[in-house]
Every structure is written in C-alpha cells, then in structure tokens.
Design a protein around this ligand. Structure first.
Ligand code: KIV
Ligand code: ZN
Length: 510
C-alpha cells in the first residue's frame, strides 16, 4: 500500500495574503466548498486574530466544511491561540496551527528573543493549543535558515508538548531540493519522538523551487504538503497544488505515493480562484494555463496525430479540461446550457440556471460563439449577483474631456438614474454609481482581460475599491468593456453594502 500524502491547502490563508487576493466571507466559503470537492485534506481558512472579518470568515468556513479538516493559524501567543480556537471550534475536524520563528535572524531582529525563550514559547503554545483543540500543528518558521541542531531541539519540545504535525517551512523561498532533503532527514533522525508525528513541508517560490522542494521533502519523509491553488501566496507564491499533485500522479515511478485530490476538479478550482480574486493565470502556467495543453508547432501536431504519447505526458481530461471545447450558440437552448455547465462541473440550482440562461442569451446575441471560459465567467458573475443590493440596468457613456456617463440601477423594484462626469468613461460611470448609492469609492486597482480569444471576446473586469477605509474586490463581465467595468465596480459596492447591513444588524461598528 503506497504511503498517503496529506494535501494541506492554504489558499484561503497564505494564498489570500498575496497582494490583491483578499476574499470576503462569501467568497471564502465558495472557494472552501470547491477545495473540499477538490479533495484537499486540510483547509487553512485564515489567521483569526488578524481582524473581526478574518475571524468571521474562518468561523463560517469551519461551519460549512464537513469532510476536510479546517485549520486556523495563530502565532505562539495565548491571545492568538485562544482566538483561533474559538473560530474553528465549530468545525467537524479542527486543527490549530501555531508557529514561531527559529532562525537566528528572526530571533534577533523580529522576535528579539533568545533561543531559550523561543523553546519555552513553543512549549507553552503547543500545550495551550492542545488543551483547546484535539489536533495541533506546529511550524518552525524560517526552518530552512535555522541552525539544524537548534531546529531539532525546538521540534522535540513541540512533540513533547503534544503536537501532532510538525511543519518545517521554507518561509523565504531560499532552500534547494538537496538542502531541504538533508534538513528533513536530519530533523527526523535527531528529534526524539519524530516517529509519532506527521512531518509537513511548506514552501515559498521565490527561486521557482517550491514544487521541487516539496517533492524532495516528501522523499525525505514528509507526508504532508502545504500548497495553494495556482500557487498564489506571499511574494512569488507558495507550492502550487496542481503542479505538485500532477507531478506525483504523472511520475508515480519516482513518487510512489497517493493523495486524495480529485484531479478532474483542478481546472474548475483554478478558474474559480482566478475569477474571485482577479489574479490572472499566466498562459504558460503548468497544468492550468491556457496554453498548458496547446501544441503549436507543426512537428508536435504531427506527432500527436500519430500517437498522443509523443508529446503529451498527461491528458487535459485528467485535470478537468476538455480536449475539444464545445461551443454553444443562441440555439443551444436552456437544456444544452444546463448540460454543458454540468459537464464543466458546476452544480447549479434551477434558479441559477434561469439567471444564467438570460445572461447567456444576451451574450450569444452579441457574440456568435460562447466558449467554456465565457460560461465560467458568466457563472461566477451570476453567483455574485445573488448578493446584490443594486443591479446594473444600463450604462451609457460619451468620451471627451470630461467624459460623461448615465447609469441606471435597480434596487428591488425601485429604479435610480444619475449622470456624472469623470476622467474617462469608466471614472464617470463609477462616479454616477457613487452618486446613486451615496458613497465615495476610491478605485485602487482596475484590470481588464479577454476571457476568450477573438475580437468579440467577453471582457472580464476586476477592481479593488476602497469604501470607508476598507478594500473590496469586484468582478464584471460583458462584451462591452465599460459595462464590464461598471459591473465590477458595482459588485465591490454591493459587497460593501452587504457587510454594512450585516454589521448594522449585529449592532457592530466599522
Ligand atoms: O511561510 C511560512 O513560514 C508560513 C508559516 C506561518 C507556516 O506561512
Ligand atoms: Zn507561508
């Protein structure tokens, strides 16, 4: 029986720390449910002490996830640990993840603690965590730049205090495969009690080695890999879940291990995350990039026709991509649309199908062929609308200096129309939205991309807007880019209004 590798997904915590990737509660839940379908063993849902919003998000995820374990992160401080425990206590299978740095550079400049003090803090943290939650993971932050003998000592203290999982992170993405292999071998052989715990590897990708380092750690005895969908995370990101899993699956001869990932759910997870966060997947990204299975060179195509094995090491189907994209058109009908959504792995309710169908017909009117990626974008924006306060009915703009916009919004049965001028049509449209809603948003980020190839492509807009000092992301899609941008702005505004309303109901401030 091959050894099993636990997949610890930290998309919602370390991944969410990447610039521009912040998710609200509803988005976290949506992503968490998809990660569960993907088969991740553990979902790290956030860092609860960071803010009330973060705490609420983790608690919500902990409440809806039934199969996977749900982890909450805490520094090795009593306040952090108690807060994390409160947020995950509702989970079926909670994990308290506590960490402290062990490298001299961190001890001296960040923690200002001696090695002895860190040993004591690790001991106390794990003991407290263990008294509150049944399963505890301990991470020795910056392990790969720590003195090996001291690292083994810290690990021994954490094991003695009751840790179930020991994680040795490459926090700054500095190590190499040979070095991380040696580190795991050393610690596993020199920390008494190491046979009682599960060793975990958490790598950052600053030198592009995160996946290779994770695989080397597994060879050395680690049985848990911490990773994120699309490799998102601090700076250059974390170990990419889809890459490390497909490397193990494709090269089973080299990595004879099993894991619970349903690889057919990879593409859907990757697209969903990109749609939620607006973080674009590079075209050449392994496994999930648009070109990952595209063979351009004639000689390759010739070989593929003769036998796919000539140039194909894994099949697109194995990661949930279809070899030939089914193109839908106006006449495909509601049934055809529902069937294609199902084939793409989306379980939509009757009501969602109806809303989607309306959008689909609108799009098919403007654009002859509707591709799978168009559908994915429409599905995400349709789901977004279930949280709408204001709905965009119409936006009209004229260029010039200043540009002018007329916006019509609907709130329930009421319609509102206003006009505004601005520095360009997008600015003018956002100003008109602000006037109607009585808010003052500050557009911090704005990006636009084509969801599919072609001049009539569906434009996908992503924004980050600040309302009352807090940033919200929004997504919009239309063949008209001004409409896509206005929808994205409105989706960020709707999140702000929904949060404001829920806080008013709970009697909170902020
Ligand atoms: O990179 C890191 O060291 C971390 C720890 C908190 C596990 O993210
Ligand atoms: Zn990290």
């Amino acid at each position: 029986m091959p050894d099993r590798i636990e997949i610890f997904d930290t998309t919602l915590r370390d991944g969410e720390q990447s610039p521009g990737a912040s998710m609200n509660e509803q988005e976290k839940v949506q992503m968490a449910l998809q990660l569960e379908r993907l088969g991740a063993d553990i979902l790290e849902a956030g860092f609860p002490v960071a803010s009330q919003q973060e705490f609420d998000g983790v608690r919500k995820v902990a409440g809806v996830i039934k199969k996977a374990r749900v982890a909450g992160l805490a520094r090795a401080l009593p306040g952090d640990i108690e807060r994390a425990a409160q947020s995950i206590e509702v989970a079926e299978r909670p994990v308290l993840h506590t960490f402290i740095a062990t490298s001299d550079i961190h001890l001296k400049h960040k923690l200002r603690m001696s090695r002895e003090q860190v040993l004591e803090a690790a001991d106390k943290a794990v003991r407290l965590a263990k008294s509150l939650i049944g399963r505890v993971e301990f991470s020795a932050e910056d392990s790969t730049r720590s003195d090996l003998e001291y690292l083994a000592q810290v690990v021994q203290v954490a094991i003695d205090a009751g840790a179930d999982v020991i994680n040795l992170p490459d926090t700054v993405g500095y190590t190499t495969p040979d070095e991380i292999y040696a580190m795991f071998r050393y610690v596993i052989s020199n920390a008494p009690g190491s046979e009682k715990v599960l060793f975990s590897s958490h790598n950052h990708n600053d030198l592009g080695l995160a996946v290779a380092n994770a695989l080397a750690a597994v060879r050395a005895g680690a049985r848990q890999i911490e990773c994120t969908v699309n490799g998102i995370g601090e700076r250059a990101g974390n170990t990419s879940l889809e890459e490390v899993v497909m490397a193990m699956k494709t090269r089973r001869d080299q990595y004879p291990y099993e894991c619970g990932i349903v690889t057919e759910e990879i593409t859907k997870s990757s697209r969903l995350l990109s749609n939620i966060t607006g973080l674009v997947i590079p075209y050449n990204k392994p496994v999930v990039g648009r070109n990952a299975f595209a063979h351009e060179a004639g000689i390759h195509q010739h070989g593929l026709i003769a036998n796919r094995l000539t140039y194909e090491i894994m099949t697109p189907e194995s990661v949930g991509r279809s070899r030939s994209e089914l193109v839908l058109g106006k006449h495909s009908g509601r049934h055809g649309l529902a069937k294609r959504c199902q084939e793409l792995g989306y379980d939509l309710t009757e009501q969602e199908i109806s809303q989607l169908y309306e959008k689909f017909i609108g799009l098919a009117d403007r654009k002859k062929e509707v591709f799978d990626d168009d559908l994915r974008v429409l599905i995400v924006t349709t789901r977004d609308e279930s949280f709408e306060v204001y709905h965009l009915e119409q936006v009209r703009t004229t260029g010039g200096d200043p540009a002018m916009a007329l916006v019509k919004l609907r709130k329930g049965k009421q319609e509102f129309v206003d006009t505004a001028t601005g520095d360009g049509p997008v600015d003018a449209a956002c100003m008109a939205v602000d006037r109607i809603a009585g808010v003052n948003g500050r557009l911090q980020e704005f990006s636009l991309r084509a969801a599919t190839p072609g001049k009539d492509a569906l434009g996908e807009a992503h924004v980050a807007v600040e309302f009352n000092g807090r940033a919200y992301t929004g997504t919009g899609a239309s063949t008209d880019i001004i409409e896509a941008a206005t929808q994205a702005y409105l989706s960020a505004l709707n999140k702000h209004l929904a949060l404001r309303e829920s806080q008013a109901t709970e009697g909170k401030t902020g």
